[in-house]
Design a protein around this ligand. Structure first.
Ligand SMILES: Nc1ncnc2c1ncn2[C@@H]1O[C@H](COP(=O)(O)OP(=O)(O)O)[C@@H](O)[C@H]1O
Ligand SMILES: [Mg+2]
Length: 248
């Protein structure tokens, strides 16, 4: 008999023995040197570590933007090595929300159109995409800004649009590389509170790379990297019960 709780709560993301080597002249740089990482359903994990420790390399592999030299990544139990480029693109469009430091919104489109885009790309009807994008923008506090283009928004607002775009596909996990890196502290903490709220209320897992201890403090678990390896792990909210969210 199938285990229903596993059916309903697949592990959103897992990396095992992941190595990434970049060629460097006749030698190579080992950006990642055997990383094991598993994100549980609904968990909020921060990845910290000095510049050059491999954080961005790891995120790129986890969302299938790059392939490991060896080792394997699973998204919802599916090995990424079994997918071709189209399969990886489809996975990012439908299963994993990605948030970048520089927002990466399309400049010629309104906030509303930016948020509709992943839905349209995944085949959602125009009308349904419009309604869902609108509702998501309301949730991130931008109901009044739907028609604005990115250059008409503040940095904090632009990152909220990017969060709406990542979450509108209802992913099991969102992956964010330095999401507050381009923001002042007030806008940065607004974005972190929003991510934490969405994590709490929707059960979406969050994997966030950050330099800032204050940002990492929003996480359930902090993973520290150094020289391409995971060298430490702590639970800043260890006093609180672990939340295992039931996903409908
Ligand atoms: N595309 C690339 N080609 C060659 N070396 C790279 C590339 N990307 C990253 N590196 C190297 O891999 C290491 C880890 O980089 P990165 O993953 O960007 O670290 P972080 O995000 O923690 O600053 C660094 O030594 C960096 O110079
Ligand atoms: Mg980086």
């Amino acid at each position: 008999m199938k285990n229903l709780s596993i059916e309903r709560n697949p592990v959103p993301l897992e990396a095992r023995k992941v190595v990434k080597a970049y060629p460097l002249g006749h030698a190579e740089t080992r950006a990642l040197d055997g990383v094991d990482l598993r994100i549980e359903p609904g968990e909020f994990v921060a990845v910290m570590g000095p510049s050059g420790s491999g954080k961005s390399s790891l995120l790129n592999l986890l969302v299938g933007l790059d392939r490991p030299t060896s080792g394997e990544v699973w998204v919802e139990g599916r090995a990424l090595s079994t997918l071709d480029e189209d399969g990886l693109t489809a996975l990012r469009r439908t299963r994993v929300g990605v948030i970048f430091q520089a927002f990466n919104l399309l400049p010629g489109l309104s906030a509303q159109e930016n948020v509709e885009l992943p839905l349209r790309a995944a085949g959602t009807s125009r009308q349904a995409a419009s309604q869902r994008a609108r509702a998501m923008l309301e949730r991130v506090g931008l109901a009044e800004r739907c028609g604005h283009r990115p250059d008409e928004l503040s940095g904090g607002q632009a990152q909220r649009v990017a969060i709406a775009r990542a979450l509108v596909i209802e992913p099991l996990i969102v992956v964010a590389d330095e999401p507050t890196g381009s923001l002042d502290s007030e806008n940065g903490s607004g974005v972190l509170r929003l991510l934490r709220q969405l994590n709490d209320e929707r059960g979406v897992a969050v994997l966030m790379v950050t330099h800032a201890p204050a940002a990492a403090a929003y996480a359930d678990r902090i993973v520290t990297m150094s020289d391409g390896q995971v060298v430490g792990e702590e639970r800043p909210r260890a006093d609180q019960p672990v939340l295992v969210h039931a996903l409908a």
